[in-house]
Each structure stands twice: as structure tokens, then as C-alpha cells.
Design a protein around this ligand. Sequence first.
Ligand code: ADP
Length: 413
Amino acid sequence: MATQDDRPGAMPATDWPQRLRGAWRVLTGEGNSDLSSSGAAPAPARISAHPQAPLIESLIAGLPSPAIVLDREGRIIAFNAAATTIAPAMRPGEPALIALRMPELVDAIRRAGKRREPQRVEFFERVPVDRWFEAFVTPVRLAGGEAHSDILVLTFNDLTPLRRVEEMRADFVANASHELRTPLAALSGFIETLQGPARNDPAAREKFLGIMQAQATRMARLIDDLLSLSRIELNAHLQPNTPVDLAPIVRQVVDGLQTLARDRDVDIKVAMPQGSASTLGDRDELIRALENLVENALKYGAAGKRVDITLTRGQTRAGAPEARIAVRDFGPGIAPEHLPRLTERFYRVDVADSRAQGGTGLGLALVKHVLNRHGGRLTIDSTPGQGATFTMHLPLRTGQPVAQEELSAKSNT
Ligand code: ADP
């Protein structure tokens, strides 16, 4: 940012409007303020006296990251617009130690000034929101070798997104190990019992082996879901481009889950459009995603005795054609406070219920990732007591009719 000399007479009066304009921009954050035309020249409280301030300001103005330049006395010569996110009240000419209150940064400035060596520090800001930054304080000697030539250049990187990802990864590993440790502990417990007290008890052996089998299946399923999730995430940036007809996918999923439906005494009804509806996609991933939704409806919505699956064509709010596969159950539904969190990994409304159903807490996270990768999305509607509807929205392959079609309902139980 442009700065000014605070000693009247130190520069020709003709330079003042230009310099004042820059300082005004700095003070107010306004990009186009024109003091000469408005005539309302504010009096900057402190202005930098550095002779190269305009040049330095021009150099850092274009940088996307925050940058602040200090003179050899540690006063602010110039800073760019991005730097005001770090120290909003900063003013040219002000001592940096007052303007920048972060102790780690102040120490680094002192060290860099004294040793004339680059310093790197990380610091944390709580206000207005939690943010992490790394700052580089680099001593620079400007050509000319005058008394003014030593400056300190401060540049900053916002580490907040990186930290958030690190925190999420740490949480994820903690959650995944916890989920694996629970069945593992059960397995070890039963092995010990079978080796000890139940060694010669055939009835107990039979019962425990059954439980062990269920726990081992749960572990295998968890590992399977974890691997699927990481595979989908790895390919998140690659949108699949194979044409996939959606009706056969719905049929295959429903056929595959008939046994579970019978076990739970649930009737699955399917309604699909007469014409075809296809998307550009990965068939296996789409099957996996729909399987998760139908399985959840059969597990958590079994009390409703009925699950409706509909494939329709429609339009996004932006007017793009889309295919929708809705899975509706008539079970207990989901309270509204849970809805926004359902697609988080390991989030369950009722952990014990999910475990009892063999759930991993990863199913809906997987569905969301599959749909994101396909350029689609998942919507969830539920009224407690009246069931839940999970809808997969997928871009309809172009060249297909957009209008909603008559549905041919057919029972598929
Ligand atoms: P899980 O492996 O536990 O089934 P999901 O990610 O598939 O994991 O689902 C997360 C949670 O969402 C479930 O534990 C359950 O509490 C809730 N849920 C999912 N589908 C339904 C549904 N159709 N009706 C009621 N609750 C559901």
C-alpha cells in the first residue's frame, strides 16, 4: 500500500495526492477512493517515511497472500490488502510490535532484525474465528546501500484448511481404530473363554463361534467400507465417463436384497420411467451406493413393512436434466437435528442400533462420495414417525428427454 512521509516538506507537494490516495486505501480498505475528486482528504494518523514505500507497495499489492514490509526500526512501510485480514487496524508508520500483537510473530521479527536471518513461525488466531498461520520474516537489503536499505518482508500462509484436514484425518484414524478394536476385543475375549472355562462345553463353543463369526464379518465389512471410501476419494477428481443405464442397476440391487427384505418382512415396490434414464458413471459404485440406501431402509425402516424405490427424471434448480433414484421407507424416520450430520463418517443416530444391524457408520459417507464424484448429490427428507426418503440425484446423460415421465408402477416383491 502506498505510504507517506510524515515530515511536511520532505517531498514536493505535488506528490501528495497520489500518496494520500494510497494511504487512504490502506486505512479504509476502499479500492477506488479518489481524494482529489471528493476533496475529503483524511489525515492519516501515522505515515511511513521510507523513501521506497511506493515501490514496495506496488510490489506487494499484487501478491495474493498477506505481506507486510517493515523498515529497520520495525515500523510498517507498507502492507497489501490481504494483510488486513491478519491485522485489521494496522497503519503505515506504526511500529509492527504494536500493530502485530501475536507474541510468536513479534519474537520472530525481533530475531530476524537482530540476526539478519530469515525466520519462520506458526501462530494461532482465535478472533474472529480460529485460524492458523505460518509467517516468514525475511530480512532484505535493498540495492543502494543507504541507511534505509534494510527492510523486513513478512509473508503469511493460511494453514487453516490444512490443519482442518489434519484434524479430520486424526479423528478418522481414531474412529476407525475404535470401530475395529471393539469386535477385536470381543474376539479375543471369546478365544480366551474357549481356551479356558468353556474348553469342554460343546454348547457354549457352538454359541461363541457364532458370535465370533458375526464379529469377524463386521470387521471385514468395516475394512471393506474403509477401502471403498479411500478408493472413491482417490478418484474424486476423475468424473466417470461410461454411459450407465440406471433401470438395470435398480433391478439388480432390488434382486440382491430380496432375501434381506423377506427376513425383515418388508415389501419392496419399484416404479421406473418407461424410457431409459442413464448417466455417465461407474456402474459398481452406483450399485454400491444404492445398495447402501436400500439396505438402510430395510434395516432401520423395517417397521413400516414397505420400501418404495422410484426412478424419475427431473431438473436441477439450475435447469440441468437429472435422474433421481428415491428410496422411501415408512419406518420411524430421523429427527431433523441428525439430518445434516448423517453423511459424516461414523455418525449414527443410535450407535447400538447400527452395530446390532451390522452397520459400520460409513454407508452414507460412501453414498455421498460416490454421488459427488458423479457430479450428483444426495438429499434426505424425513418426518419422524413417517419414514425417510433418501434420493440420489445424478446428471442425466445429455440427449435424453427432460420432462417428467409417466411412471409405470410395478410391484417387485
Ligand atoms: P450404518 O452402517 O450405521 O447403517 P450409515 O452411514 O449407512 O451407517 O447410516 C448412518 C446412520 O443413519 C445409521 O446408523 C442410522 O442411524 C441412520 N439411518 C440411515 N438410514 C436410515 C433410515 N432409512 N431410517 C432411519 N435411520 C437411518
